[in-house]
Design a protein around this ligand. Structure first.
Ligand SMILES: CC(C)(COP(=O)(O)OP(=O)(O)OC[C@H]1O[C@@H](n2cnc3c(N)ncnc32)[C@H](O)[C@@H]1OP(=O)(O)O)[C@@H](O)C(=O)NCCC(=O)NCCS
Length: 135
Protein backbone atom coordinates (compact mmCIF):
# COMPACT_ATOMS: atom_id res chain seq x y z
CA UNK A 1 0.00 0.00 0.00
CA UNK A 2 2.81 2.44 -0.87
CA UNK A 3 0.41 4.90 -2.33
CA UNK A 4 -0.11 8.60 -2.39
CA UNK A 5 -0.97 9.38 1.27
CA UNK A 6 -3.67 11.77 0.07
CA UNK A 7 -5.28 9.10 -2.12
CA UNK A 8 -9.04 9.19 -1.82
CA UNK A 9 -9.48 5.65 -3.08
CA UNK A 10 -9.14 2.54 -0.92
CA UNK A 11 -6.29 0.11 -1.69
CA UNK A 12 -6.85 -2.01 -4.77
CA UNK A 13 -7.05 -5.25 -2.78
CA UNK A 14 -9.81 -7.13 -0.97
CA UNK A 15 -10.27 -5.95 2.62
CA UNK A 16 -9.05 -8.49 5.17
CA UNK A 17 -12.19 -7.84 7.24
CA UNK A 18 -15.34 -5.77 7.12
CA UNK A 19 -17.76 -4.84 9.91
CA UNK A 20 -20.60 -2.48 10.62
CA UNK A 21 -19.80 -0.08 13.49
CA UNK A 22 -22.50 -0.69 16.10
CA UNK A 23 -23.78 1.51 18.98
CA UNK A 24 -22.20 -0.79 21.60
CA UNK A 25 -18.76 0.35 20.33
CA UNK A 26 -19.52 4.07 20.67
CA UNK A 27 -17.99 6.45 23.19
CA UNK A 28 -19.68 9.25 25.11
CA UNK A 29 -19.47 11.54 22.08
CA UNK A 30 -21.45 9.08 19.98
CA UNK A 31 -18.39 8.23 17.84
CA UNK A 32 -16.75 4.80 17.70
CA UNK A 33 -14.01 4.06 20.27
CA UNK A 34 -10.46 4.09 18.92
CA UNK A 35 -9.90 0.85 20.82
CA UNK A 36 -12.62 -0.89 18.82
CA UNK A 37 -11.02 0.31 15.58
CA UNK A 38 -7.62 -0.95 16.75
CA UNK A 39 -9.08 -4.35 17.57
CA UNK A 40 -10.42 -4.58 14.02
CA UNK A 41 -6.98 -3.61 12.69
CA UNK A 42 -5.36 -6.25 14.90
CA UNK A 43 -7.71 -8.91 13.53
CA UNK A 44 -7.01 -7.80 9.96
CA UNK A 45 -3.22 -7.82 10.36
CA UNK A 46 -3.45 -11.19 12.09
CA UNK A 47 -4.89 -12.75 8.93
CA UNK A 48 -1.75 -11.72 7.01
CA UNK A 49 0.64 -12.70 9.81
CA UNK A 50 -0.81 -16.13 10.51
CA UNK A 51 -0.68 -16.95 6.80
CA UNK A 52 3.00 -15.95 6.70
CA UNK A 53 3.64 -17.96 9.88
CA UNK A 54 1.47 -20.87 8.71
CA UNK A 55 0.29 -21.00 12.30
CA UNK A 56 -0.23 -19.15 15.57
CA UNK A 57 0.94 -15.58 16.04
CA UNK A 58 0.85 -13.09 18.90
CA UNK A 59 0.64 -9.32 18.49
CA UNK A 60 3.89 -7.84 19.80
CA UNK A 61 3.87 -4.19 18.73
CA UNK A 62 1.77 -1.42 17.27
CA UNK A 63 3.13 1.82 15.88
CA UNK A 64 2.37 4.88 13.85
CA UNK A 65 -1.34 4.71 14.48
CA UNK A 66 -3.06 7.79 13.15
CA UNK A 67 -6.76 8.45 13.59
CA UNK A 68 -7.62 10.85 10.78
CA UNK A 69 -11.42 11.00 10.85
CA UNK A 70 -14.03 9.76 13.39
CA UNK A 71 -15.94 6.55 12.67
CA UNK A 72 -19.72 6.90 13.06
CA UNK A 73 -22.34 4.39 14.14
CA UNK A 74 -23.60 2.54 11.08
CA UNK A 75 -20.41 3.01 9.03
CA UNK A 76 -19.27 0.11 6.89
CA UNK A 77 -15.70 -0.35 8.16
CA UNK A 78 -13.16 -2.06 5.89
CA UNK A 79 -9.67 -2.98 7.09
CA UNK A 80 -7.02 -3.44 4.38
CA UNK A 81 -3.93 -5.34 5.47
CA UNK A 82 -0.67 -5.87 3.63
CA UNK A 83 2.66 -7.44 4.45
CA UNK A 84 5.25 -4.77 5.12
CA UNK A 85 8.21 -6.75 6.49
CA UNK A 86 9.19 -10.33 7.31
CA UNK A 87 11.81 -10.76 10.01
CA UNK A 88 13.20 -13.95 11.52
CA UNK A 89 10.18 -14.61 13.72
CA UNK A 90 8.12 -11.46 13.17
CA UNK A 91 5.74 -10.16 10.53
CA UNK A 92 4.92 -6.46 10.23
CA UNK A 93 1.73 -5.44 8.49
CA UNK A 94 0.45 -2.11 7.26
CA UNK A 95 -3.24 -1.56 7.94
CA UNK A 96 -5.56 1.04 6.44
CA UNK A 97 -9.13 1.47 7.68
CA UNK A 98 -11.68 2.98 5.36
CA UNK A 99 -15.36 3.65 5.95
CA UNK A 100 -18.40 4.17 3.83
CA UNK A 101 -20.98 6.19 5.72
CA UNK A 102 -24.39 4.57 6.02
CA UNK A 103 -26.05 7.10 3.73
CA UNK A 104 -23.24 8.56 1.57
CA UNK A 105 -21.47 6.71 -1.24
CA UNK A 106 -17.99 8.05 -0.45
CA UNK A 107 -15.03 6.12 0.96
CA UNK A 108 -12.93 7.83 3.66
CA UNK A 109 -9.61 6.72 5.11
CA UNK A 110 -10.18 6.99 8.85
CA UNK A 111 -7.18 5.26 10.45
CA UNK A 112 -3.85 3.64 9.55
CA UNK A 113 -0.98 2.01 11.37
CA UNK A 114 1.48 -0.86 11.59
CA UNK A 115 0.91 -4.04 13.57
CA UNK A 116 3.70 -6.53 14.24
CA UNK A 117 3.16 -10.18 15.13
CA UNK A 118 5.48 -12.96 16.24
CA UNK A 119 5.12 -16.58 15.16
CA UNK A 120 4.77 -18.66 18.32
CA UNK A 121 4.99 -22.35 19.14
CA UNK A 122 2.64 -24.38 21.34
CA UNK A 123 4.33 -22.92 24.45
CA UNK A 124 3.91 -19.32 23.29
CA UNK A 125 7.65 -18.94 22.52
CA UNK A 126 8.85 -17.24 19.31
CA UNK A 127 9.64 -19.57 16.46
CA UNK A 128 11.23 -18.88 13.05
CA UNK A 129 8.94 -18.13 10.14
CA UNK A 130 8.80 -20.79 7.45
CA UNK A 131 10.24 -19.93 4.02
CA UNK A 132 8.02 -17.71 1.95
CA UNK A 133 6.78 -20.71 -0.02
CA UNK A 134 5.56 -22.15 3.30
CA UNK A 135 8.28 -24.83 3.62
C1 LIG B 1 5.36 -12.13 21.41
C2 LIG B 1 6.36 -12.77 22.38
C3 LIG B 1 6.20 -14.29 22.33
C4 LIG B 1 7.75 -12.41 21.86
O1 LIG B 1 8.66 -12.94 22.80
P1 LIG B 1 10.06 -12.19 23.03
O2 LIG B 1 10.89 -13.03 23.91
O3 LIG B 1 9.76 -10.78 23.42
O4 LIG B 1 10.66 -12.24 21.58
P2 LIG B 1 11.97 -11.62 20.98
O5 LIG B 1 12.59 -10.56 21.85
O6 LIG B 1 12.84 -12.79 20.58
O7 LIG B 1 11.43 -10.90 19.65
C5 LIG B 1 10.76 -11.67 18.66
C6 LIG B 1 10.57 -10.78 17.44
O8 LIG B 1 9.66 -9.74 17.77
C7 LIG B 1 10.24 -8.47 17.45
N1 LIG B 1 9.73 -7.53 18.44
C8 LIG B 1 9.81 -7.63 19.78
N2 LIG B 1 9.19 -6.58 20.35
C9 LIG B 1 8.69 -5.82 19.34
C10 LIG B 1 7.94 -4.62 19.30
N3 LIG B 1 7.54 -3.98 20.39
N4 LIG B 1 7.59 -4.13 18.08
C11 LIG B 1 7.96 -4.76 16.96
N5 LIG B 1 8.66 -5.92 16.93
C12 LIG B 1 9.04 -6.43 18.12
C13 LIG B 1 11.74 -8.70 17.55
O9 LIG B 1 12.45 -7.73 16.80
C14 LIG B 1 11.84 -10.08 16.97
O10 LIG B 1 11.73 -10.01 15.55
P3 LIG B 1 12.59 -10.96 14.53
O11 LIG B 1 12.68 -12.35 15.13
O12 LIG B 1 11.79 -10.98 13.26
O13 LIG B 1 13.93 -10.33 14.38
C15 LIG B 1 6.19 -12.26 23.86
O14 LIG B 1 6.66 -10.91 23.90
C16 LIG B 1 4.75 -12.30 24.29
O15 LIG B 1 4.21 -13.36 24.56
N6 LIG B 1 4.10 -11.12 24.37
C17 LIG B 1 2.67 -11.05 24.70
C18 LIG B 1 1.84 -11.20 23.40
C19 LIG B 1 0.39 -10.88 23.65
O16 LIG B 1 -0.18 -11.25 24.67
N7 LIG B 1 -0.21 -10.18 22.66
C20 LIG B 1 -1.58 -9.74 22.78
C21 LIG B 1 -2.58 -10.79 22.40
S1 LIG B 1 -2.23 -11.62 20.87
Amino acid sequence: MDRNPKSNRPPNIEPAIRAIAMPASANGNGDIFGGWIMSQMDLAGGTVASLQARGRVATVGVKEIAFHVPVAIGDLVSCYAELKRRGRTSVTTKIEVWVRRRDVDIELKVTEGEFTYVAIDENGAPKPLPDEDGS
